[in-house]
Design a protein around this ligand. Sequence first.
Ligand code: MF3
Ligand code: CO
Length: 252
Amino acid sequence: MANEAIILKTPQEIAIMRRAGLVVARVLEALEETARPGLTTLGLERLAEEEIRRGGASPAFKGYRDYPFCLCTSLNNEVVHGMPSARALKDGDILSIDVGVLLDGFYADAAITLPIGNVSDEALRLINVTRESLDKAIGEARSGARLMDISSAVQRHVEAQGFSVVREFVGHGIGMRLHEAPQVPNFGSPGMGVRLKSGMVLAIEPMINAGGYDVKVLKDGWTVVTVDGSLSAHFEHTVAITENGPYVLTRP
Ligand code: MF3
Ligand code: CO
């Protein structure tokens, strides 16, 4: 992926990706309204699949490298790629939900982290700082800027708040494939990396730990957790770079 060319999208293609993005946004809204203590992440998975099909789309993750679900549901110290299960959500949990869809040949991908019931002040601060870091990154997604302007915006905000940026997983270009060039790290130096151009579409996805940045993959082959057991949060949007600035395709 690193050395592949970046595939630019036409305005017509971006319009299709916007329709895919709206399905993703609706799924996440439905999950946010529903998630509460006592529900299981498998229950959320079923709701998500219904909403995806209702939107005329298909799930992007199911079947991707044999991943078996529509959603990734990552709880507490889980960073990304947690799998829906029959365990119930508890008061005080934080839950990251990641969903992608395929619609008319194009993908859209987004993630949110939700507080379940009443969470600690530290958990809430982690969620807020991670969301803010994505907003700052999106603000840099302009024609003429450099890729690492996006990355450094995340890193600067997060580290100023005492949290850390996961290194081993990154955002990505997106289009007719779920993962296209370029890779979009959440750390780096401003002014570095490829020059951004209208027609690029990026999935920007800060994964932020309350403790250290080291992560490991559990024996299930998917679930990524923090090595130190600290909480982790994840927000993601699919963003098109246009003549009129960043266009957030997965925003309601
Ligand atoms: N948003 C994640 C990504 O871009 C989700 C992939 S989960 C997988 O990689 F199951 F599809 F691998
Ligand atoms: Co993604």
